[in-house]
Design a protein around this ligand. Structure first.
Ligand code: COA
Length: 404
């Protein structure tokens, strides 16, 4: 690569780094009065800049987070964001240099896993990221949607104002907890960046909180009402979490009961979302599509494999290839009793992106093998694939529910 330098960014670089990143997304820079909300997202040591001489031409940063994995452990995770290279410097290897530096620095900081949301699906596989969680987007017709009468209302749902939401939501998200594999902790910087984003979006954002029969808050929804003439608005569900399926259902009851709503759209719901099963007319819910959400990159493969639990099957030996973090390359025995390094003969061979994809149970090893992303040989290899399917399978699909 030519003379680009990568260094960590400090406080003085934040405005320029933010403007550069937003520019790569064709967005204007953040207003000066919002910089205080922006600042906590640039955690010291976690923001990197690529410089051409004195000029900043690329950025990459990460939030300190943690991920709920199958079995309930919550290993440390770097949530990678703000990746951008200035338009007049693309395709010269700057992202590659940033990725190399970022991945090794995340390892040094003790993160076990990295995650990101990809603007384009063709960028990150080469850096060892695989799609580990997908979401469905739905459209709900409020004029035909009605919760089944045999599911009585539980607790109550109340609207809160922006000031209350600012303090209540982070605490409530924490209290709800990482209730299923794929969910992540939300550092303060993330809530700050959402406040910044809020100042830039059209439409009216509202937050409602559900309290259970004992008066304890157990769920929240943030939605945006967007009008395009006339009285009725399109409601866009942005953030919806509940401690229980009942809390989530009650939040939906609230949404579909809102007056002057033309349509409700929710862009990132779990694949096993039970909403239509709660309705009198299940066709009030239309599925618009399924898209990739969590891209996962295992940074410390030993620690990541040891962190999750496995299904009931005889063990398999995986030969893992990781060109960018070669310390991970090697063989791992994965069994019902856990995972560890081994010298035994490998049953299956895969790259680290494939292992990231199957890590949370979203895709079966045999599906990846059908497409050449996992290789094996002979009948023993075929049998090992069946065991791997049972080992990596999880009772529910993963769901994160946090976009950043
Ligand atoms: C995506 C982006 C960061 C890539 O930066 P870059 O410095 O051009 O990337 P590199 O030159 O290091 O490219 C590395 C490889 O990825 C490929 N690549 C990079 N961006 C790509 C894209 N958008 N689509 C397909 N391939 C891409 C390159 O062709 C290159 O392939 P090669 O190694 O086979 O030659 C840059 O194009 C950008 O800022 N895009 C707009 C903002 C954005 O989408 N950011 C990501 C947010 S998640």
């Amino acid at each position: 690569m030519p003379d680009y330098q990568i260094r960590t960014l400090d406080d003085a670089d934040i405005a320029a780094a933010d403007a550069l990143f937003l520019g790569t997304l064709h967005l204007p820079p953040t207003a000066a009065e919002q910089l205080d909300n922006l600042r906590p997202s640039y955690v010291p040591g976690r923001a990197l800049g690529a410089f051409d001489g004195d000029e900043l031409v690329g950025t990459a940063m990460s939030y300190p987070s943690a991920l709920a994995v199958p079995g309930g452990a919550v290993p440390r995770m770097g949530a990678v964001s703000r990746i951008g290279v200035r338009a007049d410097h693309t395709r010269r290897g700057i992202l590659t240099a940033l990725q190399r530096r970022q991945l090794s620095s995340l390892v040094e900081q003790g993160d076990v896993i990295a995650t990101l949301r990809a603007s384009e699906a063709t960028i990150y596989g080469r850096f060892g990221y695989g799609v580990a969680e997908r979401v469905r987007s739905i459209t709900v017709n409020p004029s035909t949607a009605e919760i089944r009468p045999d599911l009585p209302r539980v607790g109550r749902t109340r609207l809160i104002d922006a000031a209350e939401a600012e303090t209540l939501l982070p605490a409530l998200y924490e209290q709800i907890g990482l209730r299923r594999p794929g969910m992540m902790t939300r550092p303060a910087g993330l809530w700050g960046i959402w406040r910044v984003r809020e100042t830039k979006l059209d439409g009216l954002a509202r937050t409602a909180v559900h309290t259970n029969a004992d008066g304890v808050a157990d769920g929240f929804v943030t939605y945006r009402a967007v009008k395009s003439g006339g009285f009725r608005a399109e409601l866009r569900v942005e953030d919806l979490h509940g401690a229980t399926p009942t809390a989530i259902r009650e939040l939906w009851r609230f949404l579909i009961g809102l007056d002057l709503t033309a349509v409700i759209k929710a862009g990132s719901q779990p694949l096993d979302d039970p909403l239509e099963w709660s309705l009198v007319d299940r066709r009030a819910v239309g599925v618009d599509g399924v898209t990739d959400s969590t891209w996962l990159r295992l940074l410390d493969v030993s620690a990541a494999l040891a962190a999750r639990s496995y299904g009931d099957a005889e063990p398999v030996v995986i030969e893992l290839v990781d060109d960018l973090l070669p310390a991970n390359t090697g063989r791992y025995r994965v069994g019902a009793d856990g995972a560890r390094r081994t010298e035994a003969t490998a049953d299956l061979v895969m790259g680290v992106a494939a292992l990231g994809a199957l890590y949370l149970g979203d895709v079966a090893p045999s599906t990846l093998a059908e497409n050449g992303l996992i290789t094996w040989s002979g009948e023993p290899g075929q049998a090992a694939l069946g065991r791997a399917d049972r080992l990596f399978r999880t009772p529910t699909p993963p769901y994160c529910g946090t976009f950043f």
